[in-house]
Design a protein around this ligand. Structure first.
Ligand code: SF4
Ligand code: F3S
Length: 103
């Protein structure tokens, strides 16, 4: 098992998740974060922290984002670990805005 960051993180990067992860499992790409399945200890702490509900246990990832679990693993090989929380991107949206855009 692992945890997966899904597209609600894309162009947001609130990074509240980084703050609570006990093992530095998050890697930072230009527009979103990814969870390294090799590092994640499945503690579940990050799920509640994300203000846009971008994180799911791999078994709970909505079908439309099923490919993101493999994508997280792949991108973690490419991008560095993020050790500290930082300001969100200027393009960050609220959960309500994201849900409205999804329709
Ligand atoms: Fe880190 Fe726990 Fe989230 Fe895994 S489930 S990424 S260990 S906070
Ligand atoms: Fe992304 Fe949510 Fe973390 S927006 S950076 S997964 S707190």
């Amino acid at each position: 098992m692992t945890y997966t960051v899904t597209p609600n993180c894309d162009n947001c990067k609130y990074t509240d998740c980084v703050e609570v992860c006990p093992v530095e499992a998050f890697h930072e790409g230009p527009t979103m974060l990814y969870i390294n399945p090799e590092t994640c200890i499945d503690c579940n702490a990050c799920v509640e922290e994300c203000p846009v509900e971008a994180i799911y246990a791999d078994v709970d990832v909505p079908e439309k984002w099923a490919s993101y679990t493999a994508l997280n693993e792949e991108k973690c090989e490419e991008y560095p670990v993020i050790e500290e929380a930082k300001d969100p991107l200027p393009t960050a949206k609220t959960l309500e805005e994201l849900q409205a855009a999804e329709g």
